[in-house]
Design a protein around this ligand. Structure first.
Ligand code: V0D
Length: 236
C-alpha cells in the first residue's frame, strides 16, 4: 500500500540533562550537545526531502528547572546562530518559532528574531523551534480569538470548522511522524491538535546520542506502517 509522504517531522528532544549526568558532566553540556544534534538532524532531514521539522526545545513546564540551567538554555539561540548560520544558509534551512517568547529575556529574544530574520528567504526545510510552547495554551488562544470574532458578530458559530480553527493555531501543518527520545512514552503537551493522525516513534536513545542512523530507523519504521486515516485497508 502507498504510504503517505513524510512532510512534517516533529521531535521531542528528551534526555539531554540525563545524558550529561550519566557521564558526570554538568547538565548544560547535554543541552549544548543537544543543540548540535538539532543542527545535524535538520540537515539530514532536509536532504531526505522532509519539508518541516518541529522540535520541542523548551516547554511551559521547563520553567521549574534550576535558574542556572534555564539561564544557560536561553543562551543557546545566540550560540546556535553564531555557530550554525553558515550551515543554515548552505542548506537553505529556514528558522521559525512557535510558543510565547514575550516573557523570555531580551537577549534571547534578539537572538531568536535574528535567526528568523537572517533565514527568512531560505527556500528549503523549515526548522521550527517550539519554545515556551504548550499545546493547551495554543488551543485556548485560538478559542479566545475565535470567540471574540463571534462576539463581535464577525463570525458565525456554524463557520467554526476544522479549517477556521487551524487558522488560529501557531502552526497547522499536520505532523506525519513524531519522535520522542530517551525512553518516555508521552506526548507532554506538544502539538496535540497537529498529531491527530501522526505515527509516533519512541526510542530509548537519548537526544545527544541520536544520529542519522537513528533517524533512518524511525523513517523506515514510518514507511513500514499502514496509514489508513481510519479508512478501509487496501482501499487505496
Ligand atoms: C536545549 C536540545 C537551539 C533541547 C536542543 C531556549 C534543549 C538545545 C535553540 C534555538 C535549545 C532556538 C531558537 C532559535 C535558534 C536556536 C534552542 C532552546 C533550547 C530554548 F531561533 N537549541 N536550543 N532553544 N536546546
Amino acid at each position: 500500500m502507498e504510504k503517505k509522504k513524510l512532510n512534517h517531522l516533529a521531535i521531542i528532544l528528551d534526555g539531554n540533562g540525563r545524558w550529561a549526568q550519566a557521564r558526570n558532566l554538568p547538565r548544560f553540556k547535554g543541552h549544548y550537545e543537544g543543540g548540535k544534534r538539532v543542527k545535524e538532524i535538520a540537515i539530514a532531514a532536509s536532504l531526505k526531502g522532509i519539508k518541516r521539522m518541529s522540535v520541542y526545545a523548551f516547554s511551559t513546564e521547563n520553567w521549574k528547572r534550576p535558574t542556572s540551567e534555564i539561564d544557560y538554555i536561553f543562551k543557546l539561540p545566540r550560540l546556535f546562530l553564531d555557530m550554525y548560520l553558515s550551515d543554515l544558509m548552505k542548506y537553505q534551512i529556514k528558522i521559525e518559532c512557535i510558543g510565547d517568547i514575550s516573557q523570555v529575556s531580551s537577549n534571547a529574544k534578539k537572538a531568536i528574531n535574528d535567526c528568523i530574520e537572517k533565514t527568512k528567504n531560505n527556500t528549503g526545510m523549515v526548522l521550527c523551534f517550539a519554545l515556551n510552547y504548550g499545546s493547551y495554551q495554543e488551543i485556548i488562544n485560538a478559542t479566545r480569538n475565535i470567540a471574540s470574532l463571534v462576539k463581535e458578530d464577525k463570525l458565525n458559530i456554524e463557520d467554526i470548522t476544522k479549517e477556521t480553527f487551524e487558522e488560529y493555531l501557531m502552526d497547522s501543518t499536520p505532523v506525519d511522524l513524531l519522535i520522542r527520545t530517551s525512553g518516555e512514552q508521552r506526548i507532554s503537551n506538544f502539538l496535540l491538535w497537529q498529531i491527530a493522525y501522526s505515527e509516533i516513534y519512541f526510542t530509548n536513545v537519548m537526544w545527544p546520542d541520536f544520529n542519522e542512523e537513528e533517524l533512518d530507523k524511525a523513517i523506515a519504521n514510518y514507511y513500514q506502517r499502514d496509514r489508513r486515516f481510519g479508512g478501509i485497508k487496501n482501499e487505496k
